[in-house]
Design a protein around this ligand. Sequence first.
Ligand code: G1P
Length: 288
Amino acid sequence: MQKVRKAVFPAAGLGTRFLPATKVIPKEMLTLVDKPLIQYGVEEAVNSGIENVIIVTGRGKQALEDHFDISFELAQTLAERGKDSILKELNKIHNLAQVSYIRQKQALGLGHAVLVAHDLVGDEPFAVVLPDDVVDAQEPCLKQMIEVYEKYQAPVIAVTEINGPEISRFGVIAHEKIDEYTYRITDMVEKPPYAEAPSNMAIIGRYILTPDLFPILAETGKGTGGEIQLTDGMKKLLASRPFYACKFKGKRHDAGDKLGFLIATIEFALKRKEFAEDLKNYLKNLSI
Ligand code: G1P
């Protein structure tokens, strides 16, 4: 069985949900406490055994490339000032993984973004990580999924329970339960109306996929929202091979949404020793 070595990060989106912050700054560079969203995703991938990171970028996204490169000026200044611990943190970033970049010239949808990475992925299984979805988990979400992939040797999608009308903002699966954390997928649909959702199991931005998806994506037309949807491509592939869902242990934050981003910021800050106590006291005494 081929190891999952590569992860594709679609990052060409315009970030319209976050304007005006994202007029010049890529949304993937927005920070939770002090780390950009993209770095959370890349660290999760690396901690799951991924060696090659493929970032699908677009115009105005150069900051992403600079972030994973060496910054000589900064490193030299920090060294001269004896700021060794910050320098160590900084050096970790460009040593995380081998990072490649490819441009998605038009924002035609998530399925199209994944297709753009075909040549860089080649003929092997790969992960897809949506940087907007930040998963806080003891065992990295992608690692949990790779374990399911290795057991069943089939594609795996991460899912979480969403109850209520909010489900229509997600891809949704129909499934048969295998155990508390694993399901076999029987159908999937992108952003169904609430009344038509086949379950309360929503797809989140973590996938382990196989290269037989690429030719299918190449033939997938526009779906929901006029975009080429990854869910539509996967649904077609589901007709010819089993697909599994991993109800991962952990918490997913929607950092692509303003409220979700604020909540993630607070929760990640509360996990940091240097802020936990003061922030908690501040929030407790807040009277607006
Ligand atoms: C994408 C996928 C959707 C999935 C979601 C998770 O939608 O198309 O199936 O549920 O990510 O965040 P988007 O949020 O990019 O519209």
